[in-house]
Design a protein around this ligand. Structure first.
Ligand code: UDX
Length: 437
């Protein structure tokens, strides 16, 4: 089976490399010549564990190649995936579909045989219909069908999420499309991965509903964490206590500084726009978006309070451990670190930071933050340490060493990496999230 993947960003590259690894012949296409050149030289445009190796192996085996030229790359392809970006449109939060439609027009003009066109990009309900219309308008003489096949890849775990998915969702309107998609995912059928065939619009909505539900789950436990602090309860135990109920489930109940990343913030906003367009409000998600935004700023105030209030905080030094929105990625998009660093800067706090992968992208976004080359360099002479991202490197800090180099042994642990009692025993003024017990 021959697959063309249009868009060699995060989703396109991971999906393309994994399809190649299944034994399909895959071409990853991008209109950025520099990106294609780099990929051909084995340089990945993103940080994702295992990706460089997977790409190299499949390029060597002749299963995976890269191209700038959509027309020749889609020649003979049974499935053409659209995996281009759908950023939030500036101003109104709608998903910006310019790239998706551009690619659809180009495919329409250059299609040279029967194929399914599959949207992997996260797109609002009805986009598949529009892509189909664009292809029809292009007047292609070849048989085609438009399919929705959303991705559910977590950054940092994308390859295993692709190869061992909880489920595969395919929105296909006819047998021609379903048959090709069955072949595309055959290796996963054999692994007994559940596959849900459904209508195209339903499939498009599943992606948004899934992400909005997860964002809601996180936001729920975050508000419970605030309540725990007031009533003297422990949110870790609350999460465990409710999570053991199979109907709730234990995952995504880790209280923290609020969700960030490339998906939840963008997709919740886009869902709200769809809801507005169809005059069918999803008020829970409206609340989730507001609460999460406010939370990121509130985390800055939590740090300032630990420093004794804004007047006391002025001129003090805070060490920020972790900047990315979560570990094992270099992604800074909507990271709580940004709001926290802003809040601290507003009251004149000096910030030194360390992040294992994120500093390159973070430095231009946070020019007032001093980037250092180790956790201990950031901690040196600090008046408070803030754990913003739960990288493994921060889970086993040498606490004796930390205490000996800080100005004040104060830690605000926004990911609940450490045990409050053990930290108090180790001589730290420790604040976690929702650890009121
Ligand atoms: C998410 C979805 O999980 C994935 O299925 C979708 O395709 C893209 O969006 P990703 O953004 O990579 O993936 O990260 P994820 O691991 O889901 O975390 C998202 C955010 O939620 C992070 O900021 C993380 O720190 C936060 N989070 C997650 C919590 O605060 N608590 C939790 O319990 C889980």
């Amino acid at each position: 089976m021959k697959i063309a993947m249009v868009g060699s960003g995060y989703v396109g590259l991971v999906s393309g490399a994994c399809f190649a690894d299944f034994g399909h012949e895959v071409v990853c296409i991008d209109n950025d010549p520099a990106k294609i050149e780099a990929l051909e030289a084995g340089i990945m445009p993103i940080y994702e564990p295992g990706l460089a190796e997977l790409v190299a192996t499949n390029v060597r085996a002749g299963q995976l190649s890269f191209s700038n030229d959509l027309g020749s790359a889609i020649e003979g392809a049974n499935a053409i995936f659209i995996a281009v970006g759908t950023p939030s449109r500036r101003g109104d939060g709608h998903a910006d579909l310019t790239f998706v439609y551009q690619v659809a027009r180009e495919i329409g003009a250059k299609l040279s045989g029967p194929a399914v066109i599959v949207t992997k990009s996260t797109v609002p309900v009805g986009t598949g219909d529009e892509v189909e219309r664009i292809l029809k308008d292009a007047g292609t003489p070849h048989r085609f069908a438009v399919v929705s096949n959303p991705e559910f890849l977590r950054e940092g775990a994308a390859i295993s999420d692709f190869k061992r998915p909880d489920r595969i969702v395919i929105g296909a309107e006819d047998d021609f499309a379903q048959d090709i998609m069955r072949d595309v995912y055959r290796p996963l059928f054999l692994n007994r991965a559940p596959i849900l065939f459904t209508g195209r619009r339903t499939s498009e909505l599943i992606k948004y509903a899934g992400n909005a539900f997860l964002a809601t789950k996180i936001t729920f436990i975050n508000e419970m964490a605030d309540l725990c602090e007031r009533v003297g309860a422990d949110v870790q135990d609350v999460a465990r206590g409710i999570g053991l109920d199979n109907r709730i489930g234990s995952k995504f109940l880790h209280a923290g500084p609020g969700y960030g990343g490339s998906c939840f913030p963008k997709d919740t906003l886009a869902l709200l726009k769809t809801a507005e367009d169809y005059d069918s409000p999803v008020r829970i998600v409206e609340a989730v978006v507001k609460v999460n935004e406010a939370r990121k700023r509130a985390m800055g105030r939590k740090v300032i309070d630990a420093l004794g209030g804004s007047a006391e905080a002025r001129g003090k030094k805070v060490a920020m451990l972790g900047l990315t929105f979560k570990p094992n990625t270099d992604d800074m998009r909507d990271s709580p670190a940004i709001a926290i660093a802003q809040a601290l800067d507003d009251v004149g706090v000096n910030i030194a930071a360390y992040d294992p992968e994120g500093m390159k992208l973070a430095a231009p976004m946070l020019p007032w933050v001093e980037m250092t080359d180790s956790p201990y360099a950031a901690i040196q002479n600090a008046d408070a340490i803030v754990i913003v991202t739960e990288w493994d490197a921060f889970r086993a800090l040498d606490l004796d060493r930390v205490r000996s180099i800080v100005n004040s042994p104060t830690m605000i642990d926004l990911r609940n990496v450490y045990d409050p009692v053990a930290m108090a025993d180790a001589g730290f003024a420790y604040t976690g999230v929702g650890r009121g017990g």
